[in-house]
Write a protein that binds this ligand. Structure first.
Ligand SMILES: [Zn+2]
Length: 254
């Protein structure tokens, strides 16, 4: 029998009038990804190249040794977005997407043709945030969301999430175990700055949104940048999609 506590509750708006939400869930659902992080990513972070990457100062876009994961940074900012780099690794993140019931919860926001699409999953790792880097994840009105939740509880000195309320005030969302925040287009936000810490700050992120290929031009500047191996709105893997070709072929036949 399924206990009511285990069932994911509905979304709550982060603050009035914002395209951002929180979602409670059973933190035990993170266990497979915690094991995966410890086994497949942590050793690289402890290696010399990993330690150097955590210092920031360089743009990173490269596969990690073993090619199971790839690392991406926004310019020189010391925050590493570590994405699955093959189908097997991607499955672990996509399973969590299903378990969280995101297709059900985001129907109204995303208005998919059939179902809300999972695009990619990441470990977001850092140990310092020198300054606020305010940004919007998506182009205006892009039907995409970035889910973020702590993979491990943050240390007291770690930064949380700064965001702007509807009337432009700065506010803080505090990450907590068993709760995810979903960031949509239009939410100005930043990591809360924090001094170098001896402990890694490890968040888990999933990107998701529309299953309509026609929305891809709006989503591509975000989704197409952070990972090399990800799902397009149509559900095909980047570089393995023939949808546009088929559409043209059908038009030619008509
Ligand atoms: Zn396709």
């Amino acid at each position: 029998m399924c206990s009511p506590e285990a069932a994911p509750s509905a979304l709550r708006m982060l603050a009035p009038g914002l395209n951002a939400y929180t979602l409670r869930f059973d933190p035990d659902l993170l266990k497979p990804l915690q094991a995966e992080f410890n086994h497949s990513v942590q050793p690289w972070l402890q290696s010399k190249p990993g330690q150097r990457a955590l210092q920031g100062g360089r743009l990173l876009r490269q596969a990690l040794p073993g090619r199971q994961y790839a690392v991406f940074s926004y310019n020189t900012y010391p925050l590493l977005w570590i994405a699955h780099h093959n189908a097997e690794r991607m499955t672990l993140f996509q399973r969590l997407f299903r378990q969280l019931g995101l297709d059900l919860h985001l129907q109204t926001q995303v208005q998919p043709l059939h179902r809300v699409r999972f695009y990619a999953g990441f470990f977001v790792v850092g140990q310092q945030a020198p300054a606020a880097l305010w940004h919007d994840d998506y182009a205006p009105a892009a039907p995409g969301y970035t889910l973020i939740t702590p993979l491990y509880p943050l240390a007291p000195e770690h930064g949380h999430l700064l965001y702007k309320t509807a009337d432009g005030q700065e506010a803080i969302y505090r990450y907590q175990s068993g709760e995810a925040v979903l960031i949509g287009a239009g939410l100005q936000h930043s990591t809360q700055p924090y001094a170098p810490s001896g402990q890694l700050r490890v968040l888990l992120s999933l990107t998701l949104g529309s299953d309509r290929l026609r929305d891809w031009p709006l989503l591509a500047p975000t989704i197409g940048r952070q990972a090399r191996y990800f799902q397009l709105p149509c559900g095909h893997i980047r570089g393995q999609c023939l949808c546009r070709l088929w559409a043209r072929f059908r038009r030619d036949l008509a």
